[in-house]
Design a protein around this ligand. Structure first.
Ligand code: FES
Length: 169
């Protein structure tokens, strides 16, 4: 049974949160991981997510919103089923990162932080994702794709549409 009577989270996540707030010396240290887990389950950090996490940790909702606004990987609006993050930091930029970003924009018909009308893809320009040695790189949800060309991106998007995204190299 969860600490919160009317939780918005699944029983599994609620149980995970019950434990998470007990393992740090300060309860608020659990805030960022909780926001990330909640985002994974709900799709974004909604007002309801903010309210429940604040209650679980014993913070004001304003405290949660302040942290939320600092981290670009946390979002307050729904993303597409596949969130495409294109790195344009130095290694990727030198190896065509902006070309990849422009190609994604053109191919998907959306801009930075936008979602396709069918809800399948959303797009973000991001800072280094730690795949510099294989630039240019993108991340789709939690999967990395690197050494990209516009042609490879086309194949990749089609495979995600076909439900085979994780196997694309
Ligand atoms: S600069 Fe793009 S992954 Fe590091």
């Amino acid at each position: 049974m969860s600490e919160i009577a009317n939780t918005i989270f699944s029983p599994e996540l609620a149980a995970r949160f019950d434990k998470l707030v007990t393992i740090y010396p300060l309860r608020r240290s659990a805030l960022v991981p909780m926001l990330l887990y909640a985002q994974d389950e709900v799709g974004y950090v909604s007002d309801a997510v903010i309210a429940e996490i604040a209650e679980r940790i014993g913070l004001l909702e304003l405290d949660v919103r302040n942290v939320l606004s600092y981290y670009s990987m946390l979002r307050t609006k729904p993303a597409g089923k596949y969130n495409v993050q294109v790195c344009t930091n130095i290694s990727c930029m030198l190896r065509g990162g902006y070309e990849i970003l422009d190609h994604c924009k053109h191919k998907l018909g959306i801009g930075h932080k936008e979602t396709t009308s069918d809800g399948v893809f959303s797009l973000e320009e991001v800072e280094c994702i730690g795949a510099c040695c294989w630039a240019p790189a993108i991340q789709i949800n939690y999967d990395f794709h690197d050494d990209l060309t516009p042609e490879k991106v086309d194949v990749l998007f089609q495979m995600y549409r076909d439900g085979q995204g994780k196997d694309v190299k």
